[in-house]
Structures are given as C-alpha cells and as structure tokens.
Design a binder for this molecule. Structure first.
Ligand code: AMP
Length: 436
C-alpha cells in the first residue's frame, strides 16, 4: 500500500507549532482590537466568478493559480486565493455598503493557490489581513500602514522594508499602461517569455517580474509620471500623516515609484513589506493598499476601502531564522502530571485531576499502571511543570508528593490544599514567563 501523505504544498501543524501560531494570532487579535477592527469569517469556497470579477481576468492568481472545481450543480467553485474579494462580497451581500459609516474588519485563515511549491510558496498558506471600508481619507491609508508595521513589530520582526507607491486612480490607468509599454518597447525582446506575454496582456506586472534574467529588472519605471494631481495630493497627505505618526522616510519606509501589486483592484496607495531573510523571489511578507473601486465593481454602492494581508508562513520563516535554538517558550503541554501508583491511588488521582481542570489548571494522568519512572519520563516529555505523585504512603497520610520538574524539588502537600498550592506556584511561574 502506498503511504498516504499530505498534498504537496500543504502542511500539518503539530501542537508545538500550532501553539506558536495561536500565540501570534492572539497578538494580532489584541492589536487589531486596539485599532477598532473586528473579526469577519467568510467561507473558504466561493463562486469562481467572484475572483474573476475582482482580481481581474488577467491577474496571474486567476489565470494560473486558482484552485477550481465544479460542484454537482455544475457551478465553477474556487478555493479562495486571497481574503479581500470575499470580504467585499460579504460587505455588499449584508448591505453594509448602503448604511454608510466605517467598517473595520480583520480576518485570518487559509488561502489556496495552485503554485509550484517551494520555500515560501505554498498551495495552502495563511493570511492575516484587515479591510477598512467607508473612508477615502489618506489618513486612513496611513493608519492601516502603521497598523501593518505595528503588527510585524509585535510579532518580533524587524529589519523589514516597507515600500510605498501610488498607483493613481482608474482614469490614470490607461496612461500608466502606455508609460510602461513605452518604457519596455526598446527592450521588449530581452524580456523573459512571461513578460513578453504580459507586455500586451498586463504590462504593469512586468514591473513585478522576479526572473533574474529579465530585462525588466534593469528598467525601473517611474509610475508617478502617470498619476493625476488629485492622487498625488492624496499620496502626499499619506506621507505627511506617516511623518506625523513618527515614521521617517528612508528609515521606517521607502518610496518605490515602480512598485505594483499582483492584483488589478488597487488604486492610489499601494505598499509592500519585504524582508532580507526571505530572499529570492518570495521575499514579500505582506502588502496592501487602497481599492476604492472594488465594492462598486462587484455590484455594491461605491465605497472607498483600504487594507493589507500578511502571509503567516513567511512570518514564521523570518522568526525561525532569527530564533535561537532550544525550546520554545510559547510551546506548552499540560501543566501538571498526576502520577498515581496502584488502583486506589489512581481513583484518588482522577478525582484530583477533575478538581484541577475545574480550577483552570491543565493536567493529564496515566491509566496504564506504568512505573513511577516511566510516568516521570512521560511528564518530562510532555513538558509538564509539576508532577503530583500519589501512592499507598501518600494515601495513608492524606497527602500528595509534589515535584517541581525544573528543580527536582519535592514536598508533601495535604490533599485538601493541593489545588491552592498548585495555583500559587503556576501563577508565580506565569508572572515571569514572556508568553503571558
Ligand atoms: P498577495 O495577496 O499575493 O499580495 O499576498 C500577500 C502575502 O501572502 C504575501 O506577501 C505572502 O506573504 C503571502 N503569500 C502569497 N502567496 C503565498 C503562497 N503561495 N505561499 C505562501 N505565502 C503566500
């Protein structure tokens, strides 16, 4: 029989790793709350049409990377390749585009793209993102950019580079495409095969080519030449707002006049965060921008919006590079192991375990009647901080023997004060633990 395996480009997260994810997710949630963002959860499946209409029929995510299948009603279904289109669909479907006011949403969850798997490029990956609907104000762009910076810093990531640009509005787009085509016409033949195709289909994407051999790499194009006065003013105010928030140009962020994003829906401000530890073609940690036309183009009432998304796998790639070897403080098994010896002690141990759990202390025991040595080994392997040992002697005295695993210290504790003693000890440890 062939061994069953996870599909290429997808991975399992075993508990140690899953708990590191939970930790970052909790960090993100509490930061988003500070900025007034609330969670939205949309389905992983959507009609493929949603992405075709929102990302643009020419976007590579749509032409090459969508994971598609037909349902039994012969409808074309896609596994969502990104979060914004679904958020916009939900926003319109629930009529929020007609109520006015601001909507601040965040999401986290899996996304799917049928890409050739490699480091930093998965078929199932995870994004954390925010979407802010209802404000055209450049100050909101700046706030969202600040939030992205704050998020990465909270995750413990530094040395990232935040690049900003303005892509202008829809009326600027035609001129922008001409500008790009004009710039690449003289070197059209030296473009990589993919960019040759992009030249007619989707020229802006030439600027985002990752092929080292492609002539596009040697041809930065200053897109600001095609941006109208209104959009330039908008961008200037974004930069002033960043300055006001203490972010310094060329230190905390840089301007990149040839920055484009992979998706068609961006207007005005666009930004991207790259990190040197990611290297190669997959060096983006996240990105985002304004998408003032998307709600309307999906059938809603015209609503300006701005947002970003960060790739979690890449966040962990960066953290793993800078993490010192050794145990991970955020990974934790149960706090207490109850090591009972003999049937009568086991019954008492089970009672104790129930009390512990009712008091919010996590614990496990061994029902297999293993020796004390074996049980201590198990406790060690699970990373339990405390072991409660219970045998005939303890039963006779009405006590348990408590062992601190880190120091080996042992002491007898009366059964009735056992829970209080454990609470006290675990509380003290939590106080000095960076996780809490
Ligand atoms: P995008 O929507 O393409 O701008 O993606 C936003 C972020 O999601 C990127 O900067 C990456 O961190 C992450 N990302 C996108 N595609 C993948 C992928 N195939 N595998 C892993 N991470 C990805």
């Amino acid at each position: 029989m062939t061994a069953l395996k996870a599909l290429g480009g997808t991975s399992d997260l075993l508990p140690d790793e899953a708990e590191r994810w939970q930790h970052l997710e909790a960090t993100a949630r509490s930061l988003f709350r500070l900025y007034g963002f609330r969670e939205v959860r949309t389905p992983i499946l959507e009609e493929a049409q949603l992405f075709l209409q929102s990302l643009g029929a020419q976007a590579e995510i749509v032409t090459k990377q969508m994971v598609l299948f037909k349902d039994r009603g012969d409808r074309e279904i896609a596994l969502r390749p990104e979060g914004t289109a679904s958020a916009v669909r939900a926003f319109i479907e629930k009529g929020l585009d007609t109520t006015g006011g601001l909507t601040r949403w965040y999401y986290l969850g899996p996304m799917f793209r049928a890409e050739r798997p490699q480091a930093g490029r998965r078929r199932q990956f995870h994004q954390i993102g925010v979407e802010l609907f209802g404000s055209p104000a450049p100050y909101q762009d700046a706030e969202v950019i600040q939030l992205l910076r704050a998020l990465l810093l909270k995750f413990g990531i530094d040395r990232f580079r935040l690049n900003l640009n303005s892509l202008g509005c829809r009326s600027d787009r035609k001129g922008m495409l001409e500008l790009v085509r004009g710039s690449f016409t003289p070197v059209q033949e030296q473009l990589c095969p993919e960019c040759k195709e992009r030249f007619t289909r989707n020229p802006l994407r030439i600027l985002d080519c990752k092929e080292p051999e492609c002539a596009s790499r040697r041809h930065p194009v200053d897109l600001s030449k095609a941006v109208c006065a209104g959009c330039r003013d908008h961008f200037e105010t974004v930069l002033q707002a960043l300055e006001g928030a203490g972010l310094k140009r060329d230190v905390d962020y840089s301007l990149d006049p040839s920055l484009v994003r992979g998706l068609d829906y961006y207007t005005k401000t666009a930004f991207e965060v790259i990190h040197p530890d990611l290297g190669g073609a997959q060096n983006a940690l996240g990105g985002g921008g304004r998408y003032d036309d998307l709600v309307e183009s999906l059938g809603g009432v015209s609503t300006p919006a701005v947002g970003f998304a960060v790739g979690m796998e890449r966040v962990f790639m960066v953290l793993d590079k800078s993490r010192s070897q050794g145990t991970d403080e955020t990974a934790r098994g149960p706090e207490v192991f109850v090591a009972a010896l003999g049937e009568a002690s086991l019954r008492e141990g089970i009672r104790l375990l129930t009390q512990l759990r009712q008091s919010g202390i996590s614990g496990v025991t061994d029902y297999e009647g293993r020796s004390l040595r074996r049980q201590l080994e198990q406790a060690n392997r699970l990373g339990c901080r405390l072991v409660l040992m219970l045998g005939d002697q303890e039963q006779a005295k009405g006590v348990v023997t408590l062992k601190e695993m880190s120091t080996g210290e042992q002491m007898e504790v009366p059964l009735e004060s056992c829970v209080a003693e454990l609470k006290k000890r675990l509380q003290n440890q939590k106080g000095s633990d960076p996780f809490w």
